[in-house]
Design a binder for this molecule. Structure first.
Ligand SMILES: Cc1ncc(COP(=O)(O)O)c(C=O)c1O
Length: 378
């Protein structure tokens, strides 16, 4: 049985497609294609769902991070602490603002930024810290901000990269609402995926939000008058309509991801595989954008599963301090050991809400077969 890594037709099923076509027809009739009524409706619905007062819809998650950073006044001469193990956009956004990413190692258990290591990288130029809720694991942003402030003797604002964490919750506060600002992605494969590129920024403060709204439209409050240089980061109404279609099902989608994650845990444990693989850290607020195992002989296991048409993928194969585009920052192999080890060991398994019980059983049976062949690793 093939096990696809992802299948868009689970969310955009026949019913959703029919209803979306009706929404799209209404847009064709009213003609407000860019930042139209659907975009405003989506901003209001996301604010309610996420329990944050300010939502600024925009072109994609990468641009949302630029907005979130610019709103925190990040610019040339500033340093921003960024985990080295994340999607490129977390650090790319810092560079796009003219600032310098300073790479920090991760906590090997959660894969998120290591607060103590972040402290060791603080300098007089440190202007902010980017925390990534990687794979959907909710970071305690308030605790991170407190640790940074007591070490620096001044507040260091935390910008949240919540691209993979829509719907994730932390007892300390809403994900995306604990830092100064946050950037989120609605890329089609995300937990809440648009039919196209899309993203949004959030924050708790009206003035910060208004600045992001201006930056989204070339830095102008009034048409053709520009207080600062901004961007064209507007969202298309057609894309917003697709997100409006799926948002009411997000709780159900995330619940299905959690059920899938628990099932994997049971299957791997029952198969006696928890020596060869390491299961992800559990957290009640986790939304499992990815279900990540650490696997002995990861690349051979990946090839073995692919040969059986079982989907799996490596997020991410090269840490950011070792990326060619950041070579001038002087990062060297060995600098950030937890990030580097993760790149060699992590493997994402299919976790989108449409994965069936039988498909998870098939996958775990195939993993057991692989380790039986190559010899169990303790
Ligand atoms: C952690 C993280 N940050 C930022 C982004 C950027 O989002 P987008 O692809 O919508 O630009 C992504 C998307 O993959 C992501 O996973």
């Amino acid at each position: 049985m093939a096990v696809p890594f992802f299948n868009i037709h689970h969310s955009f099923n026949d019913g959703a497609q029919k209803s979306l076509l009706a929404r799209w027809q209404r847009i064709l009739q009213h003609g407000g294609f860019v930042n139209g009524p659907e975009v405003r409706e989506l901003e209001a619905d996301l604010a309610t769902f996420l329990e944050v007062p300010e939502v600024i819809c925009c072109s994609n998650g990468s641009d949302a991070l630029v907005l979130a950073l610019r709103a925190a006044d990040i610019g040339p001469g500033d340093e921003v602490l960024v985990p080295a193990f994340t999607f490129f956009a977390s650090a790319g956004a810092v560079s796009r603002c003219g600032a310098t990413p300073v790479f920090v190692d991760i906590d090997p258990v959660t894969y998120c930024i290591d607060a103590e290591h972040a402290v060791s990288k603080i300098t007089a130029k440190t202007k902010a810290c980017m925390a990534v809720h990687l794979y959907g694991y909710p970071v305690d942003i308030l605790a991170l901000a407190k640790t940074l402030e007591s070490a620096a003797g001044r507040p260091i604002p935390v910008v949240e990269d919540a691209a993979q964490a829509v719907g994730a919750v932390h007892p300390a506060g809403p994900v995306g609402g604990m830092g100064i600002s946050a950037g989120w992605s609605l890329f089609p494969t995300k937990n809440l995926g648009a039919p196209g590129d899309a993203g949004f920024a959030t924050c708790m403060d009206k003035d910060v939000a208004d600045r992001m709204r201006r930056l989204r439209e070339h830095g102008g409050g009034r048409q053709y008058y520009h207080d600062e240089v901004g961007y064209n980061f507007r969202m298309d109404s057609l894309v917003a309509a697709g997100v409006l279609e799926l948002l009411p099902r997000l709780v159900e989608f995330n619940a299905a991801r959690r059920v899938g994650a628990e099932h994997y845990r049971e299957l791997f444990t029952a198969a006696g595989l928890t020596g060869a693989i390491v299961l992800p850290e559990a957290h009640p607020g986790h939304v499992y954008h990815q279900f990540i195992i650490r696997a002995a002989q990861r690349d051979a296991l990946k090839d073995f599963l692919h040969a059986r048409e079982i989907g799996c993928a490596v997020y991410y194969p090269l840490a950011l301090h070792l990326q060619p585009c950041f070579a001038d920052l002087g990062g060297k192999l060995g600098n950030l050991p937890h990030s580097e080890t993760a790149t060699a060991e992590v493997l994402a398994l299919p976790i989108y809400p449409g994965v069936t019980v039988a498909q998870r059983e098939e996958l775990v049976a195939a993993v057991a077969e692989f380790y039986a062949q190559v010899g169990a690793v303790g």
